[in-house]
Design a protein around this ligand. Structure first.
Ligand code: AMP
Length: 215
């Protein structure tokens, strides 16, 4: 199955994409994770993307297009994939159409998670991530067993540089202006499934499972 998962920053996209990936047995393709790894290891892509990511702006479509063509062309993506955080602009919808067209496949579903802005700001402010294995925690709703340490790999947890209050506001504005039109485009094609992202991760996954895995 080929799925794209969208939604505002902090709605739980990454957490749900990881669970959906496991349930479907396909790779999780997160453009945000790929970019953060490139920045951490200072690759040419990482050096070009760093200023955009840390300022809450979108990385230019051209760079994202190259990244996604390379990733979806790998053999493991032949089984399907869950896209997380891509496409994020109307231009990227066209890029994805071209990449999938060359591969001779198409998207099956586009899922959008939604939640009130107050809930999103609360979730992002308390979010802590593992810079090594990308596991995500929350200081109130999903604290690590030992404060500040990743349960999975033992690395020190960190706050993402783009989870500061002013950058959160910028990211939400960018989402409204550039990414909501993507949802509208997929709604017109009859591919969009809207899922409420409030409640526990289990509750949200239950809704996703009913709509996508068991449907
Ligand atoms: P995320 O982890 O999905 O919230 O992405 C973190 C940041 O990476 C975003 O705020 C952007 O700066 C950048 N980014 C991730 N995916 C994309 C994309 N599809 N297009 C442009 N920039 C992106």
């Amino acid at each position: 199955m080929r799925v794209a998962l969208m939604g505002p920053p902090g709605v739980g996209k990454g957490t749900q994409a990881a669970r959906l990936t496991a349930a479907l047995g396909v790779p999780h393709v997160s453009t945000g994770d790929i970019l953060r790894e490139a920045i951490r290891t200072a690759t040419p892509l990482g050096r070009k993307a760093k200023g955009f990511v840390e300022g809450g702006k979108l990385v230019p479509d051209e760079l994202i297009g190259e990244l996604i063509a390379e990733r979806l062309g790998r053999p493991d993506a032949g089984r399907g994939f869950v896209l997380d955080g891509f496409p994020r602009t109307v231009e990227q919808v066209g890029i994805l159409d071209r990449v999938l067209g060359r591969l001779g496949v198409a998207l099956d579903r586009v899922i959008i998670l939604f939640a009130p802005e107050s809930e999103i700001v609360r979730r992002l402010g308390g979010r802590r991530v593992c810079p090594r294995c990308n596991e995500v925690f929350h200081i109130e709703s999903r604290p690590p067993k030992s404060a500040g340490v990743c349960d999975k790999c033992g690395s020190a947890l960190a706050q993402r540089p783009d989870d500061s209050e002013d950058v959160i506001r910028e990211r939400l504005a960018v989402y409204g202006e550039q990414t909501l039109p993507v949802a509208a485009a997929y709604r017109e094609r009859g591919l969009l499934v809207e899922i409420e992202g409030t409640g526990s991760p289990d509750e949200v996954f239950g809704r996703l499972e009913a709509e996508v895995v068991k449907a």
